[in-house]
Design a protein around this ligand. Structure first.
Ligand code: PEP
Ligand code: MN
Length: 337
């Protein structure tokens, strides 16, 4: 349910409304827009009764949110959400470039990549320390040692950093080292993990599940939002279809669909989507043309030696070329990089 407040509603009236909502066993989420303040009410649907708030002082009108996702919806929040990560803004006019190796392997590999992607224009460094691998015999990541290397790269370059967390038991540890937590495609349905990162006040990149519909995806985001963490960044990274020519099928249409249904920033990972470095540049251009707010791209100084995802990793010079191409698209649609 959404409660739209009158433009002249006083702070006392708002406080009174919020405490009434809490008394009823429900949770209020306040969204202060430029013109209006809106209160989203979530909780046990049986307890939500619109009539109880229609005559509360300061209230203009009450309506139900028809979509199953509530706080993630444009109905709840009309204006785009901007997620701030140090000096970087996700969801504004500027397109955010995240780049780095799939896995953190050693100090030289990470530092080389970090310096190269920074020189090309990236502002966020990615690197996996806990890796979700299909085979238990594949490289699983360096764990905390990898996070320490990421932290050193952050200090040396000034880039913000993002890394994946796969287990509720590691959330506190990973959050200590990174600016942004990543929830991978395999964990979109890990509700315990979604709830856990929902209790933090830290940006989260939530990747779309391999076989998830847009609605299921936004409900996963809702898990994080409903726990109080409103810094969620969506990431389309390809879905599983019958097509075998690419690792996954990049659902370009999901970008405008998500932007229409939700106020959250939407970025794209064309590396996981295609599985092939040759396709990363054209799919990056297409993603930006379709309205993506950012790109997450895998870069490795020696892709053929990479311990994970070498086939989709770009050499640093290829990444620099990609950035120049994406810049052309961004300029054409009135956005900046
Ligand atoms: C990754 O970013 O390296 C990764 C494993 O991503 P995804 O969860 O999208 O497969
Ligand atoms: Mn990868």
């Amino acid at each position: 349910m959404i409660i739209v407040l009158r433009p002249d509603a006083s702070e006392e009236q708002i406080d009174h409304l919020l405490s009434r909502i809490r008394e009823m066993g429900l949770t209020p989420h306040i969204s202060r827009g430029i013109e209006r303040t809106i209160v989203g009410v979530i909780g046990d649907e049986r307890l939500i009764r619109e009539r109880s708030f229609q005559s509360t002082p300061g209230v203009e009108h009450v309506m139900s949110i028809l979509k199953p996702f509530k706080l993630a919806s444009r109905e709840f929040k009309h204006d785009d959400t901007i997620v701030h990560v140090n000096k970087v803004e996700f969801g504004g006019n500027k397109i955010v470039l995240i780049a780095g190796p799939c896995s953190i392997e050693n100090p030289e590999q990470l530092m080389k990549t970090a310096n190269a992607v920074k020189a090309a224009g990236a502002t966020v460094l990615r690197g996996g320390a806990f890796k979700p691998r299909t085979s238990p015999y594949s490289f699983q990541g360096l764990g905390e040692e990898g996070l320490k290397l990421l932290d050193e790269a952050r200090r040396a370059t000034g880039l913000s950093v993002v890394s994946e967390v796969m287990d509720t038991r590691d959330v506190e540890l990973v959050a200590r080292y990174v600016d942004i937590l990543q929830i991978g495609t395999h964990n979109q349905h890990n509700y315990a993990l979604l709830k856990e990162v929902g209790t933090l006040q830290k940006p989260v990149i939530l990747k779309r599940g391999l076989s998830s519909t847009v609605e299921e995806y936004l409900l996963a985001a809702e898990y994080i939002l409903s726990r109080g963490n409103n810094q969620v960044i969506l990431c389309e990274r390809g879905i599983r279809t019958f097509e075998k020519a690419t690792r996954n099928t990049l659902d370009i249409s999901a970008i405008p669909v998500l932007k229409h249904l939700s106020h959250l920033p939407v970025i794209v990972d064309p590396s996981q989507a295609t599985g092939n470095w040759r396709l990363v540049e054209p799919m990056s251009m297409a993603s930006v043309a379709a309205g993506a707010d950012g790109l997450m791209i895998e870069v490795h100084p020696e892709p053929e030696k990479a311990l994970s995802d070498g086939a989709q990793s770009l050499l640093p010079e290829k990444y620099a070329h990609l950035v120049s191409q994406v810049q052309l698209i961004a300029r054409a649609i009135g956005r900046e990089i």
